[in-house]
Design a protein around this ligand. Structure first.
Ligand code: URA
Length: 210
């Protein structure tokens, strides 16, 4: 049904996600779980990165050993909740370059408006992983991907924690070339755009704001 979607059904991911969904989970525990789960999701979103071989010397002999091909990856956090996923992914890929996209929703037009945009150089030569925990309507995610393509990015993946069918469809229409990796596909959005059953406001839960 959703060709561009990969759901990471690993037991550790699913267990941690359930703990994150529970409303009694504290900010500190939520943040720790998000850090752990983002490393597991990073493992999946990088599964098909192209490899090349490099000649190395082990203590015993020479060998051609596999290494990642090409320029350093670019991780792009969609502010502010993206930062919660970013840290865990960076722990797994410490040499990645990092960019940030800030968007807010105009109250009159309901369209996303850019307030911050800073990405690494040579986006056209990098594999890009855009991170945002909640793929809800998909409007801001699609707008963020528009901006990344405008900066030259051609090979983009989108990593989130939870996705709503509405958001997956929106992304598939706007950016069919962008694969989405998530821990779960939830039922639907409620009438104010929150994912059901969801986990609430990801930014508020990870930063302790309300
Ligand atoms: N953003 C959130 O933080 N939570 C949702 O459920 C939807 C969008």
């Amino acid at each position: 049904m959703h060709e561009n979607l990969t759901i990471v059904d690993h037991p550790l991911v699913q267990h941690k996600l359930t703990l994150m969904r529970e409303k009694t989970t504290s900010t500190a525990v939520f943040r720790q779980l998000l850090h752990e789960i983002s490393m597991l999701l990073a493992y999946e979103v990088t599964r098909d990165l192209p490899m090349t071989a490099k000649s190395i010397e082990t203590p015993l002999t020479q060998m051609d050993a596999p290494v990642l091909e090409g320029k350093k990856l670019a991780l792009v956090s969609i502010l502010r909740a993206g930062n919660g996923l970013l840290n865990g992914v960076l722990e797994l890929i410490p040499s990645a370059r990092v960019g940030f996209v800030g968007l807010y929703r105009d109250e009159k037009t309901l369209q996303p408006v850019q307030y911050y945009f800073k990405v690494p150089e040579e986006m056209e030569n990098r594999r890009v992983i855009a991170v945002d925990p909640m793929l809800a309507t998909g409007n801001s995610s699609a707008a963020a991907i528009d901006l990344l393509k405008g900066a030259g990015a051609r090979d983009i993946r989108f990593l989130c924690l939870l996705a709503a069918p509405e958001g997956v469809r929106r992304m598939a229409e706007a950016h069919p070339d962008v694969p989405i990796v998530t821990a779960a596909l939830d039922e639907r959005l409620n009438d104010v755009g929150y994912i059901l059953p969801g986990l609430g406001d990801a930014g508020d839960r990870m930063f302790g704001t309300k």
